[in-house]
Design a protein around this ligand. Structure first.
Ligand code: PDD
Length: 283
């Protein structure tokens, strides 16, 4: 499999970074995961905007402009045999003697790889998945798509250890997001999801769902969502680049609504599939 490292496309087995890379030592970097359908990166402009916001937030100068990023990404997508891919892009603060403070004049490390996109199985889409609640114990800059994901890793494993797919995170009695997804709750036909803030990573899938609600006239409220609302929801959805939109049908061992994906989910799932086909048309 081909990857991209600092200006070169090469087989991933041959890609090497020095052990002093600050991504390795500190998790000092940011990343993106971009789904690719029919060789079209999905909502690439949105992903590049979020990448720029993450880089600005951690004060790494972007090594490329949007045209440069687009060329690197398309170059990698075109080298992979699969038409549908999950592309990973990471920028770290580069290689330097270990010291917490920023190094001077150190070029960032740029790494990209792409893999076949593995979407949820048709069974998961039809039946929904299980999730558990957990306390959101992360920092206060969850809006930065940082490679320092230890808390998210532990929270996801907490879900897996209980035979479920995701942990639904609660902070001070309110919903934030999933360990690697955004969460939507539906009650009496109204969709609610936390508004953009430093406490969540605003997903590009989240943004797509917001746009689809607007264009289809579905009632959506972006506001604080209490733990009680999560527990009393008729439907819960999770959303991410690699899982698209998926119904959570069991939360903490109890059925969500009637325990099957609800009508609002099916509507959004269909809208999302149509949106994908529209923005990533077959060649
Ligand atoms: N994660 N919130 C968190 C904490 C996430 O890690 C992700 C996605 C999202 C959804 O963002 P998007 O819709 O842009 O994928 C929300 C990716 C898929 C990952 O880390 O693999």
């Amino acid at each position: 499999m081909t990857c991209y490292l600092n200006g070169e496309y090469l087989p991933i087995e041959e890609a090497r970074i020095p052990v002093l890379d600050r991504g390795f030592i500190y998790g000092d970097g940011v990343y993106e995961v971009i789904p690719v359908y029919q060789r079209w990166p999905f909502r690439l402009a949105d992903h590049l905007r979020r990448l720029r916001r993450s880089l600005d937030a951690v004060r790494i100068a972007s090594p490329h402009d949007d045209a440069g990023w687009t060329a690197i990404i398309q170059g990698l997508v075109d080298r992979h045999p699969a038409t549908d891919q999950s592309l990973y892009l990471q920028v770290t603060r580069g290689v330097a003697r270990r010291d917490h403070a920023f190094p001077k004049d150190t070029p960032p490390t740029v790494f990209l790889m792409t893999n076949p996109l593995v979407l949820p199985t048709p069974e998961s889409v039809a039946q929904g998945v299980k999730a558990v609640t957990a306390t959101d114990n992360r920092w206060f800059r969850c809006d930065i798509k940082s490679t320092a994901l230890l808390a998210n890793v532990l929270l996801r494993q907490f879900a897996v250890d209980q035979g479920t797919s995701e942990s639904v995170l609660l902070r001070d009695g309110f919903l934030t997001e999933g360990s690697s997804s955004n969460i939507f709750a539906v009650r009496n036909g109204v969709i609610a999801t936390p508004a953009r803030s430093h406490l969540i990573l605003t997903g590009i899938t989240y943004e797509a769902i917001v746009d689809l609600c607007t264009s289809a006239g579905l009632p959506l409220e972006q506001r604080d969502v209490s733990e009680a609302e999560v527990r009393q929801a008729d439907e819960l959805w999770l959303a991410s680049s690699t899982r698209e939109v998926l119904a959570i049908t069991t939360l903490d061992g109890r059925p969500v609504g009637n325990g099957t994906p609800g009508p609002m989910f099916r509507r959004m799932y269909d809208l999302f599939q149509a949106h994908k086909r529209e923005v990533c048309p077959a060649a």
